[in-house]
Design a protein around this ligand. Structure first.
Ligand code: SF4
Length: 378
């Protein structure tokens, strides 16, 4: 435990921290300017429960049916030491896999402690990376990884299998969305590839600790999905180089977690103060005040990526923030904070300051065009 962890524990309160996952890291990189999400994820805060307590339940989430379907598909692919997965790797991708060993890394004896699991993962992967190939060490299930996010180490618990072939590791993502006639939903494939890119970076970070070069982890991801509405699995190899570069670049732009914590008022906490049954007892108004003390950067893409989107959108709308218009319009409005200011400048109700003259000219031009179009349509 270090002082930073103590501060994050105080922010989270009395409940156990949630583990990070690649979806959270990928979402963080979609909106790297948001300090609110960054500190809440670093503290392991349950954003879904916080959102519900503020009166703005998370706008998305998998249905129980979809979750059960996904878990059943993954269990089928991994059954009997990943027999189905190995068949796919051999038959569909024509990979030459002579001998196989399957190493589950989700528990170490009776221990599920994240540090213990990380050390076990590290030992197994390093042995594999440094082996001369005498012993088959092929499939590593549920590795516990670590990644530096905002200057703070976070644990990642991937539902993936890491697969070693010819001295290189590959990340295998098992997803339950279907591939129909060889085609899958582009957004879902992109999201899965971005998550795999996070794991690739974490694996490279782990191996770099002992001088293993990044090329030891392939940039190709193996995506395993159901085929044609059935439970039969298929596998596809995807080049994730672009996503790896994007995630790496965005991670490097994140503000450090300790800097974000320094900006918070003393004693602020997002503790839900659950009672003996786990029901939150923290008054909603108190929680809203605490959330409001952490800087955010709402943008419309939050609606698909962050549990707090309903809350943050309402906050941004109430403040008439230009953030609700999205990053492109916000950037075009060059430094204007509120929609009200933009409208007043456009309608000539307000004189622009020296640095608002250019954007005001553009706004008035747009207003004239709009009036002409509406006049023409009347
Ligand atoms: S919804 Fe709010 S907390 Fe989440 S990323 Fe967007 S602005 Fe940040």
């Amino acid at each position: 435990m270090n002082p930073l962890d103590d501060r994050l524990d105080a922010l989270r309160g009395t409940v156990r921290p949630l583990n990070y996952n690649a979806r959270a890291v990928a979402a963080l990189t979609i909106n790297p300017g948001c300090g609110r999400r960054a500190v809440m994820d670093a503290a392991g805060v349950d954003k879904t429960r916080i959102a519900a307590q503020t009166g703005f339940p998370a706008p998305f989430g998998m249905s129980p049916f979809a979750l059960a379907h996904g878990n059943a598909f993954e269990a089928q692919v991994k059954a009997n030491g990943c027999a189905e997965l190995l068949r796919l790797l051999r038959d569909k991708l024509a990979l030459p896999i002579p001998e196989v060993s399957y190493i589950p890394l989700d528990v170490v004896g009776d221990l599920v402690d994240r540090n213990v699991r990380y050390r076990r993962t590290r030992n197994e992967l390093l042995q594999a990376a440094q082996s001369d190939g005498d012993e088959p060490r092929t499939l590593f299930d549920h590795p516990m990884l670590r990644l530096r996010v905002g200057g703070h180490d976070v644990f990642l618990e991937p539902d993936v299998v890491t697969f070693q072939l010819g001295g290189r590791f590959h990340v295998i993502e098992i997803k339950s969305f279907a591939v129909i006639d060889g085609q899958a939903d582009g957004d879902q494939v992109a999201a899965a590839t971005k998550q795999a890119a996070v794991y690739i970076l974490a694996l490279r970070e782990l191996l770099a600790e002992v001088g293993v070069p990044p090329e030891a982890v392939s940039h190709d991801v193996i995506l395993v999905t159901p085929e044609n509405f059935s439970f039969r699995a298929t596998a596809t190899m995807i080049d994730a180089r672009q996503q790896i570069d994007v995630v790496r670049r965005q991670l490097s732009r994140l503000t450090r977690i300790d800097t974000l914590l320094d900006a918070l008022p003393d004693g602020v906490t997002l503790d839900l103060a659950p009672d003996a049954d786990g029901t939150p007892t923290r008054p909603s108004e108190e929680l809203v005040d605490a959330l409001g003390s952490v800087d955010s950067r709402y943008q419309p893409s939050c609606l698909a990526n962050c549990e707090l989107a309903g809350f943050c959108r309402d906050e941004a709308r109430t403040a008439q923030s230009v953030d609700v218009l999205g990053p492109t319009v916000r950037d075009d409005l060059g430094g204007l904070d509120t929609i009200g200011t933009a409208l007043d400048l456009a309608r000539g109700k307000r004189a622009p300051s020296a640095d608002q003259r250019e954007v005001t000219r553009a706004l008035r031009h747009a207003a004239r065009l709009r009036d002409a179009l509406l006049g023409g349509a009347a």
